[in-house]
Design a binder for this molecule. Structure first.
Ligand SMILES: Cc1cc2nc3c(=O)[nH]c(=O)nc-3n(C[C@H](O)[C@H](O)[C@H](O)COP(=O)(O)O)c2cc1C
Ligand code: SF4
Length: 431
């Protein structure tokens, strides 16, 4: 995180106001000294059902990319909607393999206790007695820091039996993944955690009813969980008012810019700040005075937008109105001297490699798309290639595959064809 020109306050930077300038993690004593675990204490002082209502009222939307309402997801775990509720589980999704996204890593490496506090609040709310942090394989520092924080919290009785004398028991484990993008999809993650091949499961039943080992399971993203302590501590009205009316979305979001910018980084903003403000005022504008050609709002699987859209407010609905997705809100800037064909070929190479192979359109379609793109990149394309690519985008679109990997994979291609079709046409071999 670049802290230039940013004065972080608890009121406007609930996720990051405690971070240290020396880039070291905030350990337990310091965290508790700065109101740490106060939100959790407040949560544990009311009924678990009331915590769910509070989070529902806060309007918190999941930060894992989909923007699903967290309180609503939790309420699906309630006893009346689940037939056998002897055991339930909470899983923190820390797989974070979306290219261009490193926000969860930032939180885990700098504020491990914030995540643990969030996990404890969520676990109490849904009455889960065991939790797992499913952690990206390569996040070695995060694993080290989280384990130390878990040990610290266990040592003082914040994790374990009869926490804060409430009778609530909770144990927490870190599970490192095996380095596959699909493990971030919540049901593939559950399969992986069970030791099975990580392929998505059929839905319904949803994990809230039949999750890990057949038991009700809630999967929440790292950043989602990190939002919880401040909501409990400062209240719903404060949380809903942070954007000062600039957005319908509540709270703050870690947002960033990488790619061809002078000052790539990650910052915490209320929803509603525009992409231009982040790019120019925080990310230092385009490198070497280049012009912005295209940008992806929230990771590699979000549709490209262009300079025409740069004044869009960064929130779920505004970005969707322009045909893309907020995704992880970690934007990627592309300068005007970059070939969109090469860039999209690079992205599709990744998505093709990361297909789990479970359904045909994705398993066979992505390598086919890649093959066509390689041809176009080498000025060796066929005159029918553009039409085939457009058809493939439809075939791999929402509703035709087992999970959202394939629809996400074709978003960059579809949008690049929408805005830069001439570049693809230029790769057709004219005989
Ligand atoms: C291919 C694919 C990869 C995903 N990767 C992640 C990921 O790395 N982290 C994450 O939190 N969610 C990821 N998701 C979304 C999860 O399935 C799930 O919706 C999310 O963890 C729910 O958390 P939230 O409600 O707190 O946002 C991915 C989804 C798909 C289809
Ligand atoms: S869409 Fe792709 S990643 Fe998802 S289940 Fe099908 S083959 Fe696997």
């Amino acid at each position: 995180m670049k802290n230039k020109n940013v004065i972080r306050t608890p009121e406007y930077h609930p996720l990051t106001w405690r971070i240290r300038d020396d880039h070291q993690p905030v350990w337990l004593a310091e965290y508790e000294g700065r109101n740490g675990y106060r939100g959790m204490r407040k949560a544990f002082s009311i009924a678990s059902r009331e915590v769910i209502t509070l989070i529902k009222n806060s309007g918190l939307r999941g930060r894992g990319g989909g923007g699903f309402l967290t309180g609503l997801k939790w309420s699906m775990m309630m006893p009346e909607s689940v037939s056998s509720r002897h055991v339930s589980y909470l899983i923190c999704n820390a797989d974070e393999m979306e290219p261009g996204t490193y926000k969860d890593r930032f939180l885990m490496e700098r504020m491990p206790h914030l995540l643990i506090e969030g996990i404890l609040i969520a676990a109490y709310a849904i009455q889960a007695h065991r939790g797992y942090i499913f952690l990206r394989y390569e996040y070695i520092e995060s694993a080290k820091y989280l384990q130390r924080a878990i040990n610290e919290a266990t040592h003082v009785g914040l994790i374990g039996d009869n926490i804060l004398s409430t009778g609530f028991n909770f144990e927490l484990f870190i599970h490192t993944g095996a380095g596959r993008y699909i493990c971030g999809e919540e049901t593939a993650l559950i399969n992986s955690l069970e030791g099975r091949r990580p392929i998505p499961r059929a839905k319904p039943p949803f994990p809230s009813h039949v999750g890990i080992w057949g038991k009700p399971t809630c999967v929440n993203n790292v950043e989602t969980l990190c939002n919880l302590p401040a909501i409990l501590d400062y209240g719903v009205d404060w949380y809903k008012g942070i954007s000062l009316g600039k957005s319908n979305d509540t709270g703050t979001k870690l947002m960033g810019f990488s790619g061809h910018v002078n000052n790539p980084g990650i910052w915490e903003f209320p929803f509603g700040i525009t992409a231009r403000e982040i790019l120019e005022d925080y990310a230092g504008g385009m490198i070497d005075r280049a012009t912005l050609k295209a940008w992806q709002p929230g990771g590699a699987s979000t549709a490209f937008l262009t300079i025409k859209h740069i004044d869009v407010p960064m929130d779920f609905d505004s970005i969707a109105n322009f045909g893309s997705r907020l995704g992880t809100a970690m934007s990627i800037a592309v300068s005007n001297n970059i070939s969109m064909v090469s860039l999209v070929r690079n992205l599709e190479e990744f998505f093709s490699r990361e297909s789990c192979g479970w359904c045909t359109p994705c398993r066979d379609g992505l390598p086919w798309i890649l093959k066509i793109l390689v041809g176009l990149e080498n000025n060796n394309g066929h005159v029918s290639d553009i039409a085939v690519l457009k058809k493939m985008c439809r075939i791999l679109g929402p509703g035709n595959t087992f999970c959202a990997h394939a629809p996400g994979a074709v978003e960059p291609l579809k949008s690049a064809l929408r805005y830069f079709e001439d570049e693809f046409m230029a790769g057709v071999l004219l005989l």
